[in-house]
Design a protein around this ligand. Structure first.
Ligand code: BEZ
Length: 388
């Protein structure tokens, strides 16, 4: 009997010891990538994953002292599949954190599932304002931008360059709508106005009829939100129609980021605004670019930076709790306070968990989105509707 008692006591002691020394820290942290790996945004998803993995590799393959296991789902930039796809990571794979996605329509469904299940969500691109507005929550962070931010900066720049009447053209979904909203707000500060808003469904690239309408409207400038494969086609079609000779084309930097090789001559000279640029005089950027080039044999773009910074942001939280994800409140508090040493320049987060960051004016020269100036310093999305 005594032997049985002492065996039980020994097991209980071992269990308590294991718990107190954080045996959990021996297990790997499960990170679920929900990103587009097919379709018009496929290259963006790959760049984000590359950037994320690069940061983890630089930390010896660990965040908060724990190794990382990756799980992946191709979200196809398809909002109607977003709930099922998010649940594959959360319920089937039991991930500790979801990293995703690119498309604003998809991220809104992801944010709802993340809220309902209290899963940590780090957004490495999608700029939908709702997720850091009315849907904002302690477990939802964005390491990228809000759709409003680059649009607002470009509106100011376009107005300062003399654009009074502007036509906008976008895909008809949250990212396009909010990018135009930002542009309109920025343009308004200079006395300019948006006179016509043209749209087509995502990811349609039949631009011809709309380009004909632009030519007939004769605006002072055009503002376009497209990204990935759609941006390549739009910029080429705009030039092929001869519009680049008479009507300046402006956009958020997504119009020319990661796309220049495919756009070629059609993109030369284009001005865009974004939270990243080529030729930034930032030591962290130089180190990041050479590490990325060494790892993937290509230059990084803004999407790679955002993936890298998503890992940095998560890493800041995990380091504070030594990898113990059960200490959620402390983890969230550390992420909220993090100062991210980003290749784009150091940034902090607003109360709604969104980067407060400089917006750069860039000009396409050769294969680069060359830094021109800071268009707006320390820009924060006002995050209307966020009660946190
Ligand atoms: C978005 O859907 O939020 C988005 C997609 C590509 C580039 C920028 C924003």
């Amino acid at each position: 009997m005594n032997r049985v008692r002492s065996t039980i006591a020994c097991c209980v002691t071992a269990m308590l010891f294991a718990a107190s020394t954080g045996v959990q820290a021996q297990n790997k942290i499960k990170v679920g990538f929900m990103l587009p790996y097919t379709g018009t945004y496929a290259a963006l998803g790959t760049a984000i994953e590359n950037g994320f993995r690069l940061y983890v590799q630089e930390q010896g393959g660990k965040l908060g002292g724990r190794e990382i296991d990756y799980y992946k789902v191709d979200d196809e930039s398809e909002p109607s599949k977003a709930v099922d796809n998010t649940n594959k990571l959360i319920k089937r794979d039991n991930v500790d954190v979801v990293v995703g996605t690119v498309h604003s329509g998809v991220v809104m469904a992801m944010a709802k599932v993340a809220k309902d299940t209290n899963t940590l969500l780090v957004i490495p691109n999608a700029g939908a304002r709702a997720v850091t507005g009315p849907m904002c929550a302690p477990n939802i962070f964005r390491a990228s931008f809000s759709n409003w931010q680059p649009g607002y900066a470009m509106g100011k720049v376009a107005g300062e360059r003399g654009a009074k009447k502007v036509v906008t053209i976008t895909w008809k979904y949250a990212a396009g709508d909010e990018s135009v909203e930002g542009f309109r707000d920025g343009l308004k500060t200079t006395g300019g106005e948006v006179v016509k808003e043209l749209t087509l469904p995502f990811p349609n690239v039949e631009f011809q009829a709309l380009l004909t309408e632009i030519a007939a409207s004769k605006p002072d400038a055009v503002y376009a939100f497209f990204a990935g494969g759609g941006a390549v086609k739009f910029v080429k079609d705009y030039a092929a129609a001869g519009l680049n000779k008479t009507i300046p084309l402006y956009g958020p930097g997504f119009l020319t980021d990661g796309t220049l090789e495919a756009q070629g001559a059609a993109a030369q000279g284009l001005l865009t605004t974004l939270h990243y640029a080529d030729g930034l005089d930032i030591a962290k950027d130089k180190a990041f670019r050479s590490a990325y080039n060494a790892a993937y044999k290509m230059q990084p773009d803004v999407y790679a930076v955002q993936g890298y910074d998503s890992a940095q942001l998560l890493g800041a939280g995990l380091a504070a709790v030594k990898g113990d994800t059960a200490k959620r409140n402390e983890l969230v508090a550390a992420m909220e306070k993090a100062k991210i040493d980003s290749p784009r320049g150091t940034f902090t987060l607003s109360k709604s968990h969104e980067p407060v960051q400089d917006m750069y004016l860039r000009k396409v020269e050769g294969m680069q989105n060359k830094y021109v100036s800071v268009a707006v310093k320390g820009l924060a999305d006002p995050s209307p509707g966020c009660k946190m």
